[in-house]
Ligand binder design. Structure first.
Ligand code: GDR
Length: 329
């Protein structure tokens, strides 16, 4: 059976990827940091087939030990401090985990894999690297101009992955993924914050929704589709980098409007309030990806469109909030 180690296993993508690989017959190992990490405990309940390995992207020796134990054929580095807004307040931590963490994992891979390294490495790069975009749509050839400490750290992670591939002949790929969402998305990200608030407003549990700027545009896809692209990248003859995106862009405002409408609420403006606290020191205004390379070389394409994504997330959150309020009665 092939073996895979996933960092960031407790996050949205880690969970979808673990399920995908398990379905394909892999032994799946998940790196979980810290002592008594509540997300690690939850993971064991939700994905019992995952073998938890303790380790931290800030600790090289723990990564070496994790690779020695798991002996993975494939390493998926999804672990990061991934919330752009927080990266402005915790920039050093972000550089350390999101940036240097990639270097540490690559070094661990070299140490454990030796010469003719059999391991394959996937780095979760991000459309945030394009930041103040130099061209539209953005492809693998578009220059980077990151707009946050998170984006800067991801550029380092991306470049060091390419550099280790070139320097040491590692099979190392970088997937430049545009925003991807699902009912498993963390509540701090705008899509889930909105769909959860819409559900609560619909059920009379909440009366307003405070947001930052409604103008930014994002290329939003479904996370379940995007983890397939990660796996496909590691099944090719040669390692390479790929943009993964839908090619469509929508504003935060459109997302909000559609989410309220999905719950049968037309006058969404009544509930939404702009709040300075959610504005960023520097914003990424417009992202839209050109995934033609992934489409032609990997045979990948997104299955879920924007409207279905929004309505699926709202329906899920309505169900979840209904169940919660029934339980608490
Ligand atoms: P992003 O996702 O920064 O694109 O990074 P996020 O959902 O946080 O923000 C998207 C856009 O919405 C605007 N916005 C708000 N955002 C949040 N979180 N909360 C708000 O209240 C709010 N109001 C408006 C933001 O300013 C922004 O323009 C995501 C992350 O998953 C990264 O880790 C990943 O690399 C990229 O997507 C691709």
């Amino acid at each position: 059976m092939p073996r895979a180690l996933i960092t960031g296993i407790t996050g949205q993508d880690g969970q979808y990827l673990a399920e995908l690989l398990h379905g394909k017959g892999y032994d799946v190992f998940g790196l979980v940091k810290g002592q008594n990490n509540p997300r690690g405990v939850l993971l064991q309940e939700e994905l019992p087939f995952v073998e938890v390995v303790s380790g931290d992207l800030q600790d090289l020796l723990s990564l070496v030990a994790a690779l020695e134990y798991a002996q993975p054929d494939e390493i998926y580095n999804l672990g990061a401090m991934s919330f752009v807004a927080l990266s402005f307040r915790q920039s050093e931590l972000t550089a350390n985990v999101t940036g240097l963490g990639v270097l540490r994992m690559l070094e661990a891979m070299r140490m454990v894999g030796g010469t003719d390294n059999p391991m394959r490495f996937y780095q979760a790069s991000s459309s945030e690297m394009f930041g103040k975009v130099r061209e539209t749509p953005q492809s693998e050839r578009t220059p980077f101009y990151p707009r946050s400490p998170y984006g800067v750290a991801k550029v380092f992670g991306h470049d060091i992955t390419v550099n280790y591939r070139d320097s040491y002949g590692l099979y190392a790929c970088s997937g430049i993924l545009f925003n991807h969402e699902s009912p498993r998305r963390g509540m701090e990200f705008v899509t889930r914050k909105v769909t959860n608030a819409v559900a609560r407003i619909k059920l009379g549990l909440q009366h307003e929704l405070a947001l930052g700027s409604l103008d930014p545009h994002r290329d939003w896809g479904f996370a379940g589709d995007y983890v397939e692209a990660m796996w496909l990248m590691l099944q090719q003859d040669e390692p390479d980098d790929f943009v993964v995106a839908t090619g469509e862009t929508h504003s935060v405002r459109e997302f909000v409007e559609l989410a309220f409408r999905a719950a049968g609420i037309e006058d969404w403006q009544r509930y939404v309030r702009q709040d300075e606290r959610f504005m960023r020191p520097a914003e990424v205004d417009l992202l839209v990806g050109d995934a033609s390379k992934a489409r032609s070389l990997l045979g990948w394409k997104p299955r879920m469109g924007f409207e279905e994504l929004v309505t699926t997330m709202v329906a899920h959150d309505l169900d979840q909030e209904r169940q919660r309020s029934t339980r608490s009665r």
